[in-house]
Design a protein around this ligand. Sequence first.
Ligand code: NAD
Length: 477
Amino acid sequence: MPHDLERPDLYIDGAWVAPRKGESFEQHEASTGQRLGSAAMAGTDDVDDAVAAARRALTGEWGRLTAAERSAAILRFADELKKRGRDTSALVSRENGMPIALSGMVNGFGPAVITRYYGELAAGLDAEDIRPSPTGGDTVVLHRPVGVIGAVTPWNYPQPLAIMKIAPALAAGCTVVLKPPPETGLDGYVIADAVHAAGLPAGVVNVLAGGREVGAHLVGHPGVDKVAFTGSTLAGRTIGETAGRLLRPVTLELGGKSVSLVLDDADLGLFASKILEVSLPNNGQTCHAATRILAPRSRYAEVVDLVTDVVGGAVVGDPLDPATQIGPVVTAAQRDRVLSYVELGRQTARLTTGGSAAGEAGWFVEPAVFADVDNSSPIAQEEIFGPVLVVTPYDDVDDAVAIANDSDFGLGGVVWSADAERGFDVAARIETGSVGVNHYELHINAPFGGVKSSGLGRELGPEGVEPYLRTQSIYRR
Ligand code: NAD
């Protein structure tokens, strides 16, 4: 189902409407810098319209559905996403440079699977919850939808990150105003198209791409009951402040600088085979990418050589080519930001491969590795969000854990060990929301989210629906 790349309208109240100010933006292809298409740019008036529509929908037909009927509607939405999956994965690759092999999984396949998961979960959400009272009688605990959700999402995994908010919100009976970013505004229409085709009642899901001011307007809007945000820690702090002032519930999925901790007994062949997958997924533009590699001094030189060989030998190219392992970064600005970190790194560490702009066109950066990196340096502490890895030596396991935890962030991580139990014990000592032993992979049925500056709250798993529900206890005697 090929997608239309010229989208002059916003999706509000179940209809395609022109933005009130008539603004639009052009989107460019990351691998060529050429124009890809254009989309309507929402303004604050459009957000007002969308929030009003979402409020009406809360108490309209959608609000009157039983959990089973809501489940059926969400499953129809999942089917519509699935039909569009193949083309969606290619569209996102063109937008943000994600290699198609990954995009096929996360943008093509993932959204329908996540939606189906929450659609099935929705069917059981009206189960009776009656608890005996210690003093006689009982309490009926009702689980109600929180209300209108303001969802603000980034460009790096645009489809699954939007769906990780919309699907549990719908399962809970909420309605949603989604604001995708301009960098990947076009694929947001896939969600609107699928909602429309699935026949969800008007106003249940509204989709309006726009810039930061529009996001800020949505986050602070009096008609919004909860905010679900994924993006940078910087923006997350601002949004958290707004939510705090308004006492509005908020979920914040923010940045990361996760470790890939190689223990002295690790199978280095396995480690090497997974470097690109766990440390540079989506060209390093991944919140949970394990971009800090920690190696024992006893095997340090070996690890540096392996990482240098794998990263230096990665296939860099057109994200639509299935053989490509590293594509371009999303924009010229992002490329320049990554290159400025490379310059910073050169001052304090040893560049073993890559680090220059690459390609005749588009926003390519040769994937880079820095060795002998002090964990306190900016390239070890700050999220670069591009193909740059740092390797730091450690003395013993306590030292490795201390270095791993000496970070503002705590989102992902991996521990490599030939002894799974030892790996598990070390993994459990890392201050992070999720961590793998000898691999790293998000699971749909397990909560994902950060600690420290990586965020508040969890998405995925049954836990992912809780933020969209509010309880009401009715005491009976
Ligand atoms: P960003 O924070 O600049 O923008 C994210 C979204 O928020 C965009 O839609 C943007 O328009 C909007 N926005 C920005 N400032 C805002 C504000 N003050 N109020 C309301 N909305 C605002 O982030 P980005 O550059 O698009 O994305 C990359 C960041 O996202 C990285 O830091 C990455 O780690 C993070 N991220 C986190 C997760 C996670 O699950 N923890 C997943 C993916 C990406």
